[in-house]
Design a protein around this ligand. Structure first.
Ligand code: ZN
Ligand code: ZN
Ligand code: ZN
Length: 377
């Protein structure tokens, strides 16, 4: 059942060391004295370290020019931190329950420093650092280095390709199963099971939006029984080898109405036009505009109520965002969704989504299942 592909080469301490060095260079370029990273996707990407439970105890990685990367952890987490793949490139320091963790943090930060701080940091930790370092400034890393993880290397793309293929195999399998008469939650459970069967270690979402529920883009799956004639939005993904998948197709349970066919056609054209606009140098907002223009010209502009896409990597929603106002130019290796949709409140919705990677001269889809409206049973 699962694709017979070799698992990718595991990341090494050298891989993590070079990511950390790159981040320090970028931080210096934007005028920072360093970067403070809390548990979350940035820490995983930089070190391979993911604490088993993210607790109220302070854990932080400090990256600064001319200094060895330093990971401060609660003493009880030290063995796990030292077992992380990236650990050889780090100095691990610890603090003990009953002492002030921010005093320990004070030792490895500058008193009048400008730091970028990962977006996933708990507010309580930021406030603790501000208490001991009143002269230092902490800025949101997502604002000062938004494209930190946006350009994927070949070893990351390999994982995204595998995740995309597994999501495609999941779609091919789900359309062979019955829809009419089953609950959305039952189809969603099948999607989750299939993603795992095809190699995902984590399922993040399994949207099954049947009939009127399809008109709510973030409806997950509920206890509605799917009926003949429903349009059903299927949007699912998760992580495989630590990298994300995210794809959407809208299917019809039996014969669709002409309106469903028409709306589906418009969304398909919008998705195709946006895909064809992808190439290095084009801005993120331009991709959104291209998709939106097709839908607006067809008279459904008001019903396309979200941005056209989002980046994907060690998470399933991250920069770059394809949205009006985002002037970031596309660069080879950037990887994101293109997912226009039309939502007719109380009736039905249609969305089509592929993950796309920017190549030297265009874009390449990582989802390759048929875009045509598929009739399910
Ligand atoms: Zn979303
Ligand atoms: Zn999606
Ligand atoms: Zn998406």
């Amino acid at each position: 059942m699962s694709a017979a592909v070799e698992p990718p080469r595991a990341f090494t301490a050298e891989d993590y060391a070079s990511r950390m060095a790159r981040v320090v260079d970028q931080a210096v370029e934007v005028g920072l004295d360093g970067v403070v990273v809390a548990p979350g996707p940035d820490l995983v990407w930089l070190t391979g370290y993911q604490p088993t439970a993210i607790t109220e105890r302070l854990t932080m990685l400090v990256l600064a020019p001319g200094a060895t990367p330093t990971l401060l952890v609660p003493v009880l987490e030290r063995p796990d931190a030292e077992a992380a793949v990236g650990a050889p490139a780090l100095t691990v320091r610890d603090w003990t329950d009953g002492t002030d963790p921010y005093a320990a943090a004070f030792e490895i930060l500058r008193t009048e420093g400008q730091y970028g701080m990962s977006d996933a940091t708990w507010a309580a930790h930021l406030l603790g650092l501000q208490r001991v370092l009143p002269g230092s400034v902490f800025r949101a890393l997502g604002e000062c280095l938004p494209m930190l993880r946006a350009v994927k290397g070949p070893d990351e793309l390999e994982r995204l390709v595998a995740a995309g293929a597994a999501a495609d195999a999941t779609y091919e399998a789900i359309v062979g199963l019955p829809f009419a008469g089953r609950l959305e939650t039952e189809v969603a459970a099948d999607l989750a099971r299939l993603l795992r069967e095809h190699g995902h270690e984590q399922v993040d979402f399994t949207v099954v939006g049947s009939g009127p529920n399809g008109a709510n883009p973030h409806h997950e799956a509920g206890d509605r029984r799917i009926e003949p004639g429903d349009a059903v939005v299927l949007d699912f993904g998760g992580l495989m080898y630590g990298y994300g998948s995210d794809t959407t197709r809208t299917v019809s349970v039996g014969e669709p109405t002409q309106e469903v066919r028409d709306v589906h056609d418009i969304v398909r054209h919008a998705q195709q036009a946006a895909f064809e606009a992808v190439r290095p140098g084009v801005s993120c907002q331009e991709i959104d505009r291209v998709a939106r223009a097709v839908i607006t010209e067809a008279g459904y502009g008001e019903q396309f109520i979200h941005r056209t896409g989002h980046g994907i990597g060690v998470t399933t929603h991250e920069p770059p965002y394809l949205v009006e106002g985002e002037q970031q130019a596309l660069r080879p290796g950037m990887c994101f969704s293109i997912e226009p949709g039309i939502y007719l409140g109380g009736r039905f919705g249609v969305r089509i989504e592929d993950i796309v990677v920017v190549t030297e001269d265009g874009g390449r889809r990582l989802n390759n299942t048929d875009h045509r409206l598929h009739l399910v049973g």
